[in-house]
Design a protein around this ligand. Structure first.
Ligand SMILES: [Zn+2]
Length: 60
């Protein structure tokens, strides 16, 4: 188990959620930005952005 330093990951590609005025989500894994909350581990495991920012796979 690897612990990430306290930093925000907010430079992922985002897109607007259809029909929602102020909601955005990750363009790659479709998780809401409010759910991701700047944390890399809140992206889907298969998210390309998460993979690019993860140095090795976490398996447990
Ligand atoms: Zn993502």
């Amino acid at each position: 188990m690897r612990f990430y330093p306290e930093m925000l990951y907010i430079d992922y590609p985002q897109e607007k959620v259809a029909g929602k005025l102020y909601e955005y989500r990750c363009q790659l894994c479709k998780r809401l930005t409010t759910d991701i909350n700047g944390k890399i581990e809140n992206h889907d495991v298969s998210c390309q952005y998460r993979k690019q920012n993860t140095y090795f796979e976490i398996e447990d």
